[in-house]
Design a protein around this ligand. Structure first.
Ligand code: IMP
Ligand code: MG
Length: 178
């Protein structure tokens, strides 16, 4: 395996902060009908989305609840296995809820496409996607991405939650690896 170090910074901490604030502003506006009695449910896709979700949530100004799901599509290599498995399902019943899926990065889109189908069948009143990064050229399925942070070329990135073999998730910026 050749990926052994950080190559260059793709998005700085400041750029990410500005983008997160922008997305949170749009979400606040779009979900302003959400109340304490009917809060927006943010669903973080583990593990990669945990940092993005934490920063985004603190900028959203409507009542929120949280749940998490874990899926597998990658092993510890940089290529997709093409197989999606639910490693951890939601705890909360999403029937009749406004649900916003929060994902770190969309590559082929296969993982989220599978999840969207699975969650739609549970009858949420709305189901949308917020992804920090989208590798549009690598998309194999056309997903309706309501909130997209950055569109990036098809190369492997780490940091701000994203890993290579479980490393680099804590970097405050997004970087490419060697
Ligand atoms: P997809 O099913 O091909 O869209 O894969 C999406 C998942 O693969 C993401 O949630 C990440 O966990 C992982 N992934 C895809 N590209 C990258 C990358 O460049 N860096 C780190 N993880 C990635
Ligand atoms: Mg992920």
């Amino acid at each position: 395996m050749e990926g052994t170090g950080i190559d260059k910074v793709i998005y700085t901490e400041e750029q990410i902060r500005a983008k997160v604030a922008e997305l949170a502003g749009r979400i606040t506006e779009d979900y302003k009908e959400c109340t304490e009695g009917s809060p927006l449910l943010l669903v973080g896709i583990l593990k990669g989305a945990f940092i993005f979700l934490a920063d985004l949530a603190r900028q959203i100004e409507v009542p929120l609840e949280f749940d998490f799901t874990a899926l597998s599509s990658y092993g510890s290599a940089t290529k997709t296995s093409g197989v999606v498995r639910i490693l951890k399902d939601l705890d909360i019943d999403i029937a009749g809820r406004n649900v916003l899926l929060v994902e770190d990065i969309i590559d082929t889109g296969l993982t989220l496409n599978y999840l969207m189908g699975n969650l739609r069948a549970r009858g949420p009143s709305s189901l949308e996607i917020c992804a920090l990064l989208n590798k549009r050229v690598a998309n194999k399925v056309d997903l309706p991405i309501m909130y997209e942070g950055f569109s990036i070329p098809d190369f492997f990135v780490v940091g701000y939650g994203l890993d290579f073999a479980e490393k680099y998730r804590n970097l405050p910026y997004v970087a490419s690896i060697k």
